[in-house]
Design a protein around this ligand. Structure first.
Ligand code: ADP
Ligand code: TRP
Length: 322
């Protein structure tokens, strides 16, 4: 069993079907077979979220989203970063073995600088806090998006620098896992589904929003009696992704015969998506009625992870002289 850990920043973005299929469900499958944890990186969010109300709301939304997907009884430890008080302490210790020159090379910092975003020291130190998150629990594997690759390289550099400085094998060198993107889910305009294009279907869109979005999926202008090519149709691409293979094949046959229009296909897709999303919506509704269940599981996650970091910090303090 490997130790697997990932973090998600509570920035307030809604989760969409592309994120679910391309990142969250693949993580869930690996996580359930290993010793895995996922945390809400609320300390990291402080670099950009400057309203208490927003941060609390986003953090709660994130917890609600993950427990709705994983199930409230998930074996995966889900916790809040700020519930681990030793993280900032480890962060400080790691600051002192991290070369300034390494930090200057960080893409995250250079991007913010180039875009004239708020360049605070949190943005600069971000990768060292991330290294603390990962090294604290002897993590083997860190599933992340491709944009985080450099942060994992920096984490290894920082771990090596610490081990070398104190001539002790304290930190394990973690590796990133970047999910190979087999298929990109199209959005309602046919481009890659993405929050930045505003073309996404949200995991928790309500019935009315879902219907509106599905009915507005872009198609060509073939009429009901024209034969259509399912493999060139955005509606069919979504059907194929979410329907059973039997249902997909029966819809494929309808595309190839007259009397079946895109409106029909969209209504079938709406039905398919409603069915597919139902368990997630039900879980969410149950958790909205019982928010104390979420809090209890977050506390339990924190208790387990605190025990791990406390053990690691004993080793760290011993070699550094604290
Ligand atoms: P967005 O494009 O909405 O900003 P992100 O870049 O935050 O999404 O994506 C987070 C993760 O979700 C990515 O690492 C990728 O694996 C997955 N993902 C996002 N959009 C899609 C998509 N359209 N199809 C498949 N996977 C996606
Ligand atoms: N930097 C990550 C992101 O923006 C979030 C994150 C913080 C993280 N700490 C982490 C991811 C530790 C993995 C492991 O997506």
């Amino acid at each position: 069993m490997k130790k697997i850990l990932t973090g998600v920043k509570p920035t307030g973005d809604q989760m969409h079907l592309g994120n679910l299929l391309g990142a969250v469900l693949p993580f869930k499958w690996i996580a359930e077979k290993n010793d895995a944890a996922i945390f809400i990186a609320d300390l990291h969010a402080l670099t950009s979220v400057k309203s208490a109300e927003n941060l609390r709301r986003n953090t709660h939304e994130m917890a609600l989203t993950y427990f709705s997907i994983f199930g409230i009884d998930t074996p995966v430890h889900i916790f809040r970063q700020s519930d681990i008080p030793l993280i900032p302490k480890l962060n400080w210790i790691l600051n002192n073995v991290t070369p300034y020159s390494l930090m200057l090379r960080a893409h995250s910092f250079k991007d913010s600088e180039a875009k004239w975003l708020d360049l605070n020291m949190g943005v600069f130190n971000y990768p060292i806090l991330m290294a603390a998150d990962i090294l604290a629990y002897d993590t083997d594997i860190v599933p992340v998006g491709a944009d985080q690759r450099q942060h994992l390289e920096m984490t290894r550099d920082i771990a090596k620098a610490f081990n070398k400085t104190y001539k002790a094998d304290i930190f394990k060198l973690p590796v990133e896992y970047i999910e190979p993107s087999v298929a990109t889910l199209p959005g309602i305009d046919g481009r890659k589904m993405s929050k930045s294009y505003g073309n996404f279907i949200g995991l928790f869109d309500d019935d009315k929003t879902l219907k509106k979005k599905v009915m507005s999926i872009v198609t060509d202008s073939k009429g009901v009696d024209d034969v259509k090519n399912p493999d060139e149709c955005n509606v069919f691409a979504l059907i194929q992704t979410f329907a059973t293979s039997d249902r997909t094949e029966s819809i494929r046959a309808k595309y190839l015969s007259p009397g079946y229009g895109y409106g029909h296909a969209k209504l079938e897709l709406l039905d398919i998506l409603t069915e597919y999303l139902k368990p997630y919506h039900e879980n969410r509704a149950m958790l909205e009625r019982n928010p104390e269940l979420i809090e209890a599981r977050l506390q339990e996650g924190a208790r387990i992870m605190n025990a791990r970091i406390e053990a690691k910090m004993e080793e760290v303090k011993k070699v550094v002289g604290l």
